[in-house]
Design a protein around this ligand. Sequence first.
Ligand code: DSN
Length: 444
Amino acid sequence: MSLEKRSFEDYHEGEFGVLKEADREVYELITREYERQRNTLQLVAAENQCSRAVLAALGSVVQNKTAEGFPGARYHGGCEVVDDIERLAVGRAKEAFGAQYANVQPHCGTGANQIVLTALLERGDKILSLGLGQGGHFSHGATLSLTGEFFDVENYYVDNRSFLLDYNVIRDKAVEVKPKLIICGASAYTRTIDFEKFREIADKVGAYLLADISHISGLVMAGAHPSPVNYAHFTTTSTYKPGGPRGGLIVMGGDYNRKTKIRGRDLALWEHIQRATFPGVQGTPYLNHIAAKAVFFKETLSDEYKARQFKIIENAKRLASSLLDLGLDVLTGGTDNHMVLVNVSNFREGLTGVIAQKCLEECGIVVDVNKLPYDKKSASVASGIRLGTPIVTKNGMGVKEMDEISVLIDAILKAVEIISEREYKIDESFKEEKRNEVKELCSG
Ligand code: DSN
């Protein structure tokens, strides 16, 4: 049963009694967060909701164990149980992704990308990736990220009219730049990514291909989006976005065992990844998170999980079409995945992404402000918002609720009084009315 249907005490049963006794302040903050998640609409495309079994593994004594290294080759004693846990998680990750190699140690998706870059590249090597403001990610070489500081990064862009990836343009850019690594995958792109084409481009210029599928990895595991695993040399994902614990993952397909000389060491590609993980980038992995990843990967093999991924897409498509029907500008005219991008500045004169995000949140609808491709506004003001359907789908919502959510969004964005690009006013009684409607929807 999802968290929306249960009280905090009921959901967490006994274990939070201990915290309540030990630290009332933190207990109350966690209770508040639980109520926030339960009574408001969670439409952050990067978020999901893990199961109670995953939470149990996260909160287990496994968190006490230190174990630098890999199963069978640790720098600490007493690792026989955590070795079995990590082996189980690796086996299940391989099965879930149809991969030849899996590394469950990365602390997060960004860390997984840093490990791949550390394994392959030397300072100043060239990366070609989708620009951050175009839907890319900080860890794909953005300025201010260490990936942008250490490497020579060039970007490819989406088309300035269709907002779609144009693979011919990307190929031409790759031929011009001659990168050592091409990164594909995005945090704000709503259409299917052609990983096979990316691999053709990478092969043409002799580059490695990294597919960061953090946002769509649940869809990929279920077969609801084509998989990059046998095209990309390396596939990375965060594990919370598809509905598991916080953490990262690296998987590899047919290239995993390819002998490659990097910095004088002639090793298989997977061995370079192991070395870059520890001691390259990380120390002890979070073994409780690895136990939770094992639980999660088992869940992803179930029919319920797989069916839900298709439902997430169905709901996102319906949310996009309902918003379009109400006159909102949905980028690319719809979506192929879990995500919907809306240009709110095209909806009302003076409306910005940040005002949309804040006034929706005051009414109980949680979304992200999002700089859109070719957006003239700064990232913190922006013209867009990004919405995602994984959590509302997990909580049993369907197309009827997507229509209701669209009507709420339309009404709130029309009602807000715009003062400046960041300032606005919203009538208190209108806000209360919408919050109650949202609460009703969440408990339905
Ligand atoms: N937090 C993710 C997102 O919002 O897309 C990126 O790491």
